[in-house]
Design a protein around this ligand. Sequence first.
Ligand code: SF4
Ligand code: SF4
Length: 102
Amino acid sequence: MTQSMVAITQADCTGCDLCISHCPFEALLPLSFTPQNLRKRPVVVVESRCVGCLSCIGSCPTDALFEISLPPSANESPLRESTLVLEVLEIPRWSKGGVGVA
Ligand code: SF4
Ligand code: SF4
């Protein structure tokens, strides 16, 4: 049995942000900057927060979100030794002006 996770086809991500509020674990967040080759900063998966619940999959109007399977052994998981640190914007949920959803 493998563990699921979500990934984003960046070429299909318009940066609309619709998926952000569909993740209960705040694992979908926008980059804090716009890469030079893009017109809008994309949303990325913060891998260390994604539990593979797949709640977000149907929220993307361009079908940019898709399921991936992690290796069955934690010893082989890319997350185990991950040193990837993404510069992302935290989205306020319940504070004044927040999106108001978990
Ligand atoms: S809903 Fe889809 S297109 Fe919009 S930000 Fe999320 S992944 Fe990108
Ligand atoms: S699979 Fe679940 S935890 Fe992972 S990004 Fe989607 S909603 Fe968030």
